[in-house]
Design a binder for this molecule. Structure first.
Ligand SMILES: [Zn+2]
Length: 226
């Protein structure tokens, strides 16, 4: 089973991908992990990708597709995979479709986690980093005992809200320009679902659960009749 998780920054892709992985038993890979893994292993492709990232550029589609091909050929992912953060552009989506078709596979679920920019910004802005131990705290979910001080180590928390706001604007701009057209590409095909994640995480979690139950029921009744 191939599952793609799409969504703007702050939409909760990582959180819900982990839940879907628990529920389906499928491994979950984020595009960030894929990049870091290749860079750490110092593969030829990883080193080239690092040059692009160090220069502040996006990693070329061709690189991403070659990593995905490696994953699809890896026996560890033979039963399927949950991809989060990939694909991001129409050329990546088309490349992925081509790769899957060559292997007799196709996407079984494309799930868009839909969030408004305001809600995503609130969520991302409530995250602070401890300057001492590096822990990331979400103040909206759990305020610190002493404001501005890390519960874990007593270090000072760094907010830098303006930087964060600017980064959010930039990432949303990229998302609208590159990824939204790709979402339309998937929307026009089958197996596409949308869940609104402006709502509390527990409510969204239930919707994701219901969706997975519906899909597994449909899959089992399909195999029973056909
Ligand atoms: Zn700390």
């Amino acid at each position: 089973m191939i599952v793609l998780l799409l969504g703007a920054p702050g939409a909760g892709k990582g959180t819900h991908a982990a839940r879907i992985a628990d529920h389906t038993g499928l491994p979950h890979i984020s595009s960030g992990e894929l990049l870091r893994g290749a860079v750490e292993r110092k593969t030829e492709l990883g080193l080239k990708a690092k040059e692009h990232m160090d220069a502040g550029n996006l990693v070329p589609d061709e690189f991403m597709l070659r990593w995905i091909e490696e994953l699809l050929d890896d026996p560890a992912y033979a039963s399927g995979i949950i991809l989060d953060g990939f694909p991001r552009t129409i050329p990546q989506a088309e490349g992925l479709d081509k790769l899957l078709a060559e292997k007799g596979l196709s996407t079984d679920l494309v799930l868009l986690l839909d969030i408004s920019q305001d809600a995503a910004a609130d969520r991302l802005l409530s995250r602070v980093t401890c300057g001492k131990c590096g822990a990331i705290h979400n103040l909206a979910q759990k305020p610190m005992k002493v404001p501005g001080i890390c519960d874990a180590c007593g270090g000072e928390l760094e907010t830098r809200a303006d930087d964060v706001r600017e980064t959010i604007e930039k990432r949303f701009g990229e998302f609208r320009k590159q990824t939204e057209p790709m979402i339309e590409y998937y929307r026009s095909r089958g197996n596409f679902e949308t869940i609104n994640t402006d709502r509390p995480v527990e409510v969204v979690r239930k919707d994701v659960q219901d969706l997975l139950d519906r899909i597994s029921a449909a899959t089992s009744s399909g195999s029973a009749t056909g």
